[in-house]
Design a protein around this ligand. Structure first.
Ligand code: DAS
Length: 364
């Protein structure tokens, strides 16, 4: 009897040791599963890769510190939803975004999506210019495959950091066939937004990304996307823009309208070589009497002038608050100033005809 109990005792220890070793075995990369989609995560920095001094630090942390492999390792559940691989395209706080970074990212996305072994792409990104990168890619990605931008409002070191689950949802979204041909998507806080309409609406809150009046496309819930709307404007493969051979983008800047404004910013930007100016006007794109002469002179020098609005929602009506036909200005439709700038930059790679540029603002 004693031998039997000693043997079973020994076996129990062996079993426990085996279980312990298994539990602590480094997470071996999951075998590639033929039935799961292949999703590439392109990391660019931001809060989602940020670190703070304590678990309660949600302001005053350092963005763009954690690498793509660590971001992936922080979400072991990814292995159940896709074959995930990652690469660090660059590592910046996104307030420092540049045209060069955009061109590098866009070219990498198009190269990867042309590969049969890539089914979708997730881009981890700072939230400050996330809407701009999303809209830029919405106009230059040449694939029907899903491209999803994701960020976080709390750094990776924070208690209840939102990054890991945002990444999980974004990979599920990018792996879903339902996400194809919907343009570039933005996925945070369980919500799916369209690149054209989404904007950051709060400096610090988790639900900051909204399309205030046009609304988001749907929800992420129970490990899958639920779409309720589709983008109405052309995007990705249906645009006329191609950055594959571009090494730079035309210089386009923004001036802001407000009480007692002067013409100084407009004159300075024209002198600095701006090819286009977005006027973020008050109300329905109204221009102060002190500024209008500067914009007229800019136009006469060949600078394209787009009348936009600082308001954030609604259509800037052509020939409403200014005689655009006579002044040869373009109106921004419903694009906010920072997105109108992106469309004008790309438009200027194709034409400087204001009638053609206005068509583009009514198309994309
Ligand atoms: N500085 C911000 C950025 O990188 C942090 C963030 O991602 O919110 O956009």
């Amino acid at each position: 009897m004693k031998i039997h109990s000693a043997l079973s005792h020994h076996l129990a220890w062996v079993l426990l040791a085996l279980l312990t070793v298994t539990a602590y075995a480094k997470d071996e990369p999951a075998p590639v599963s033929a039935k799961l989609a292949n999703v590439r995560i392109l990391a660019t920095g931001g809060t989602i890769a940020g670190t703070g001094a304590t678990s309660t630090t949600t302001v005053g942390y350092t963005a763009a510190k954690v690498g793509v492999e660590q971001l992936i390792e922080a979400v072991p559940a990814l292995k159940q939803v896709a074959n995930v691989t990652g690469e660090q395209v660059f590592q910046i706080a996104s307030e420092n975004m540049t045209d060069e970074y955009w061109l590098k990212l866009a070219k990498r996305v198009n190269t990867l999506l042309a590969q049969d072994d890539v089914d979708g792409i997730v881009i981890t990104h700072g939230t400050d210019t996330l809407e701009e990168t999303a809209y830029f890619l919405n106009l230059v990605v040449k694939s029907h495959k899903p491209v999803v931008l994701v960020g976080a409002m709390r750094p990776s070191t924070a208690m209840s950091a939102d990054g890991p689950f945002n990444i999980y949802n974004s990979v599920v979204l990018a792996a879903s066939p339902d996400s194809a041909n919907k343009g570039v998507l933005v996925c945070l806080n369980d919500q799916i937004n369209a690149a054209r309409d989404v904007t950051k609406t709060n400096t610090t809150s988790l639900d900051t990304f909204r399309a205030p009046e046009l609304g988001f496309l749907g929800y992420m819930q129970s490990n899958k996307p639920h779409f309720y709307r589709l983008p109405a404007r052309k995007h990705t493969v249906d645009t006329e823009f191609d950055v594959s051979k571009l090494e730079a983008l035309p210089k386009v800047d923004i001036v802001y309208g407000y009480a007692n404004v002067t013409r100084t910013p407009v004159d300075a930007l024209v002198a600095a070589g701006a090819k286009g100016i977005i006027h973020a006007g008050v109300g329905d794109g109204s221009i102060h009497n002190a500024v209008k002469p500067a914009l007229i002179e800019a136009r006469q020098k060949g600078v394209i002038v787009v009348r936009g609005s600082r308001v954030g929602n609604g259509i800037v009506a052509r020939n409403g608050e200014a005689n655009d036909d006579e002044l040869d200005f373009v109106v921004s439709d419903t694009l906010n100033p920072q997105k109108a700038r992106i469309l004008l930059m790309l438009a200027l790679t194709k034409t400087n005809q204001t009638s053609e540029i206005q068509r583009m603002f009514y198309t994309y």
